[in-house]
Design a protein around this ligand. Structure first.
Ligand code: SF4
Length: 223
């Protein structure tokens, strides 16, 4: 992965499943890549400044793919009723703010203006509780890849000037289009909107086939 050598055992279902069933394996893989990047940085004497309780980056536009979204819906469905109610209220608030700003229809477009406009709204991720991730073990792949070495307060700046992200290979990008080549990403905060009209069909493959497909998508991406 980039200039990092990563050796990581992967366990996946042997039977035919949807891509969402291999997300835990992909989470482990991304964790291993991030750890390798952190180790390399530590050897160079640089420290990561991200700390528990700093949720500044959890107001950014977080792109999720269908594959990860299906996994997250399973996580949400397993929540106790009270927690689920509070979470749904936060999703509704976030969704209303995104739509009011006219950003919902721009989702799926990779452009800096969209990211800056979204961040300017200051919408906390619905999973953010007391400035910490309430689904930390299940957080999306892209959240795992975002670490910085610059002072934490810079992350809250409107243009995020001076923020120095750790150069982690963006393995998460390979999850986009994994289940279905035609799918587009959408902001995590619109997860419950997406769930209302989400596709119910989908190709099934064995776990090893999905992982091979994912790895192939990493190696075929430029950079
Ligand atoms: S899922 Fe968790 S880590 Fe990712 S943006 Fe939301 S609160 Fe932050």
């Amino acid at each position: 992965m980039g200039d990092l050598k990563v050796v990581h055992p992967i366990t996946v279902p042997s039977g035919s499943v949807r891509a969402a069933a291999v997300v835990p394996a992909l989470q482990g893989l991304v964790n291993a890549v991030v750890t390798a990047a952190e180790t390399k940085l530590g050897e160079a004497g640089t420290e990561i400044s991200c700390r528990k309780g700093c949720g500044a980056c959890c107001r950014q536009l977080l792109p999720v793919s269908r594959t990860e979204a299906e996994r997250l819906l399973g996580v949400i469905e397993a929540m106790p009723a009270k927690r689920l109610r509070a979470l749904k209220e936060r999703f509704a608030t976030a969704s209303a703010a995104i739509k009011a700003a006219g950003l919902a229809e721009k989702a799926g477009r990779a452009d800096r203006e969209l990211s800056v406009g979204y961040f300017a709204l200051g919408i906390p991720c619905p999973f953010l509780e007391e400035e910490s991730c309430s689904i930390h073990p299940e957080r999306p792949l892209v959240c795992r890849e975002y670490l910085v070495t610059s002072p934490a307060e810079l992350c809250a700046g409107p243009q995020q000037d001076g923020v120095t992200p750790v150069p982690v290979p963006k393995v998460s990008m390979a999850a986009r289009g994994l289940q279905d080549e035609r799918e587009s990403w959408f902001p995590l905060a619109l997860l419950l909107d997406w769930a209302k009209t989400r596709p119910r069909d989908g190709v099934k493959r064995t776990g090893p086939e999905w992982v091979q497909r994912f790895l192939k998508r990493i190696s075929s991406r430029p950079g």
